[in-house]
Design a protein around this ligand. Structure first.
Ligand code: ADP
Length: 185
């Protein structure tokens, strides 16, 4: 597995090249949609790996409290995945950047890390939220997410944050942004 890690104040941050469903961590974050109904991309991969119980758990949540607004996060078990928890969050759909997209993306990362902390998750794996079908420019998403990840290592009991990157382009973009912010890995 190709990886690059930085030791930061309060813990470590690693970029990983690969499939997030294989992550051996306390919690995996899912880039879900508001209906928590599964779908394509990383959401579909997580539902396939966790098994049908994940969809049932998601449907119960939506029945009880309605759909999940962008920028919020909710936790289910990880079922058949190695991870104990799945933290479902909804990132913004990119509409050009003047519709609150950065605030919503920030909130999705912050609320996911807060959920992780609340469930005593010390190790957490994230995908590149919103940078697939939702169209958020990868370099801007990386810059913002890495800043929040570094802050939250200090502010929460989370000690290790892994960002799983699918594909070479995404890997290169995040590696460049992380090197800019934290120095050479
Ligand atoms: P969104 O709707 O939030 O944009 P997507 O699932 O379309 O979510 O894409 C988010 C990111 O997750 C993209 O960079 C995509 O390449 C990546 N991705 C897709 N499958 C996986 C996977 N199995 N593991 C990690 N990342 C993945």
């Amino acid at each position: 597995m190709v990886r690059a890690c930085w030791n930061l104040d309060g813990g470590a941050l690693c970029l990983m090249q690969g499939d997030i469903t294989t992550a051996r961590v306390d919690a995996v974050v899912n880039a879900a949609n508001s209906s928590l109904a599964g779908g394509g991309g990383v959401d579909g991969a997580i539902h396939r790996a966790a098994g049908p119980q994940l969809l049932e758990a998601c449907q119960k949540i939506v029945a009880a409290r309605g759909t999940l607004p962008p920028g919020q996060a909710v936790t289910t078990p990880g079922f058949d995945m190695p991870a104990r928890h799945v933290i479902h969050t909804v990132g913004p759909i990119w509409h050009g950047g003047d519709s609150g997209e950065p605030e919503t993306l920030r909130s999705a990362w912050v609320e996911s890390l807060r959920e992780a902390d609340a469930h005593d998750a010390v190790t957490v794996a994230f995908p590149a939220i919103s940078t697939g079908v939702y169209g958020y420019p990868a370099d801007q998403a990386a810059a913002l997410a890495l800043e929040i990840a570094a802050e939250s290592l200090k502010a929460t009991r989370v000690e290790k944050i892994y960002v799983y990157l699918h594909g070479e382009t995404s890997w290169q973009t995040w590696l460049a942004e992380a090197t800019k912010q934290f120095g050479e890995p």
